[in-house]
Design a protein around this ligand. Structure first.
Ligand code: SF4
Length: 295
């Protein structure tokens, strides 16, 4: 999922080619392993990790962790580095005095702010945020999401946001790619994918977001069955053992290609609208009611 609320001239293109597992960022082949390519990528990309405590050195003060980036990556003189550390802490909503603290003296949300500051210190064009709010309380999640949104707007950095929480994705991202067993099954703008999902797996994920029914009870859809091992993928469409619409063709090789329709891609033999009238979400199985999708 990508989020870039920056002016167009600062946009950063990310292309993920699922076949063969290749990843290209702004034309650079990440999986090439070439030293020069990787060195260029390191100067342009940064990462925010899922575990805010585990991603920081427990014995290193916050100021030293940020100073290290300016010293090693940016090679700034020491006089300038102290001022940059102070301004970076302010940018992520922390007082300058936090530079003297160690990770154990911070809350989870404060640690994650330090993680974001460390990523920004590289002055990257792309930040990969891997489940970066999953370990935080819901109220803190909102603060970190708002911080990421405002930083994306003010600095122009592109966010590649990896998440299971679709509500967070909807709030933060502009484009979304849904993966099943390592393959993109649907990709498009957040508005299009959430309003009219085309792949049955996307429909199931969106249907799984809990909602209040007219009788006041809480319901959400669930997909039956377990995901198969990624080491022994089913022949044909990898989703067919769990898909309520699976047909004979779906169980035969080759697996469906990604279809393209303007700025939208999806991997399914069925045409949009064939799954549910108007392309709306198919209810697969409602908790408690036992209602099943039309087959
Ligand atoms: S290709 Fe067939 S099994 Fe796969 S998602 Fe589409 S309908 Fe379901």
């Amino acid at each position: 999922m990508t989020s870039n609320h920056a002016p167009p001239q600062k946009s950063f293109s990310i292309r993920i080619l699922t076949r063969g597992g290749r990843v290209r960022i702004d034309g650079l082949e990440v999986t090439s392993g070439e030293r020069e390519t990787l060195a260029r990528l390191r100067r342009q990309t940064a990462m925010i990790f899922q575990d805010p405590y585990g991603s920081l050195n427990p014995v290193q003060r916050v100021g030293d962790a940020l100073d290290e980036v300016f010293r090693v990556q940016r090679r700034l003189p020491s006089a300038e580095r102290a001022e940059r550390v102070r301004s970076l802490l302010e940018q992520v909503g922390l007082p300058a005095s936090f530079a003297r603290r160690r990770p154990r003296e911070l809350s989870g949300g404060q640690c994650q702010r330090v993680g974001i500051a460390r990523a920004l210190a590289v002055e990257p064009r792309l930040i990969v945020a891997d489940e970066c709010v999953a370990a935080l309380d819901v109220s803190i999640q909102g603060q970190i999401i708002n911080l990421l949104l405002s930083l994306s707007e003010s600095t122009g950095v592109t966010l590649l946001f990896i998440a299971h929480d679709l509500a967070v994705v909807r709030r933060l991202c502009e484009r979304v790619a849904i993966l099943y067993l390592g393959r993109i099954v649907e990709e498009g703008s957040v508005a299009n994918v959430f309003d009219a999902p085309r792949h049955p797996y996307t429909q199931a994920l969106i249907g799984a977001i809990p909602r209040i029914t007219p009788d006041g009870s809480l319901a959400h859809a669930v997909v039956s069955g377990e995901p198969p091992s990624p080491l022994a993928l089913p022949v044909g469409c990898a989703f067919h053992p769990r898909c309520p619409h699976a047909a004979t063709r779906c169980r035969q090789a080759p697996e469906p290609e990604l279809r393209e329709d303007g700025a939208r891609r999806w991997r399914c033999i069925l045409l949009p609208g064939a799954l549910a009238p108007g392309g709306s979400t198919v209810p697969i199985e409602l908790d408690g009611s036992g209602a099943r999708a039309p087959t």
